[in-house]
Design a protein around this ligand. Structure first.
Ligand SMILES: Nc1ncnc2c1ncn2[C@@H]1O[C@H](COP(=O)(O)OP(=O)(O)OP(=O)(O)O)[C@@H](O)[C@H]1O
Ligand SMILES: [Mg+2]
Length: 272
């Protein structure tokens, strides 16, 4: 009897943890959607509205030239109007392209990370080495990992003065493990980030919100290693609970003895 109620209690607690995790994840996704809306609003306000305003001024000028019988000037104004219109169309097309291109798209985490890294490291002397498994991850987990990895790589390129950066994504039991390492100058992880800089904070928050763990190892002069482990089974579709992180060959890359991760502290308190 005692054991039964103990088991029930544990099952109940696990259910509550899962519920909390899902709520926090959906809050996080809603926030990200809201950010996107703000970006679109800013584009419409700052960019598009100014192009249209310029167009209306150019039309007025053309009209005045025409009324004064200055045909050459009118011709010039019409050219300018056409140019502004073309520039506006280009900006709108760019916005549409961005909106279509979710960071992950249909490609999945591995392809999205490879293309982000290729694009970002193109103009840099830093060598970025990747060993990223193609894993059938639940989309919210893939997106969180993408954002974490992106911030880590950006930090390494911006701050580390590194020669090499390594990015690996591997399955470990029913978790996915992301490791970001650089051989740069390192930093004191106990220091608080400069005012208004939230990259590391958001990396931590994203890992915890997904019920995972994050470890940052760095010391001045010794490079930086960030390890993130996120369980995939909680969000896997029914029937795939224990296999979500596994590629076709089960257990590939798994390291026995890895401590199971936990739902973390109250996922909601992390967001608060
Ligand atoms: N890989 C790294 N190597 C050396 N220093 C780092 C590394 N990652 C972070 N840092 C240090 O930690 C600080 C905080 O990083 P964080 O990502 O929070 O902010 P940021 O990159 O400065 O700004 P933001 O990410 O908001 O654009 C950085 O300013 C930098 O000094
Ligand atoms: Mg940063």
């Amino acid at each position: 009897m005692f054991f039964r109620s103990k088991a029930l209690e544990e099952a109940h607690r696990e259910l509550q943890d899962r519920e909390q995790l899902l709520r926090a994840l959906s809050n996080r996704m809603a926030e990200e959607r809201q950010d996107e809306r703000l970006q679109i609003a800013a584009f419409l306000h700052d960019d598009l509205a100014q192009h249209l305003f310029r167009l209306s001024i150019q039309v007025d000028v053309a009209r005045r030239h025409l009324a004064a019988g200055k045909l050459d000037e009118t011709e010039l104004s019409l050219e300018e109007i056409k140019e502004t219109k073309n520039r506006t169309s280009d900006r709108i097309r760019a916005l549409i392209r961005d909106l279509h291109r979710s960071p992950l798209g249909r490609a999945g985490l591995a392809e999205a990370l490879h293309s982000f890294i290729a694009e970002t490291a193109r103009d840099s002397d830093v060598r970025v080495h990747t060993d990223i498994d193609e894993l059938p991850l639940p989309p919210p987990i893939a997106l969180l990992l993408y954002h974490i990895a992106r911030e880590g790589v950006m930090n390494a390129l911006k701050h580390a003065q590194a020669q090499n950066v390594w990015v690996t994504v591997k399955p470990v039991d029913d978790e996915v493990k992301l490791v970001l390492r650089d051989d740069g100058i390192g930093f004191d992880t106990a220091d608080s980030a400069p005012e208004g800089h939230y990259g590391l904070t958001m990396m931590r928050e994203r890992a915890l919100v997904a019920g995972g763990t994050i470890e940052m190892r760095s010391a001045p002069g010794q490079g930086t290693t960030i390890t993130v482990q996120i369980p995939t089974s909680w969000l896997a579709p029914e029937g795939q609970e224990r296999t979500a992180a596994h590629p076709v060959a089960p257990q590939a890359g798994a390291s026995p003895g890895t401590a199971p991760s936990h739902p973390g502290p109250s996922a909601e308190s992390v967001l608060a």
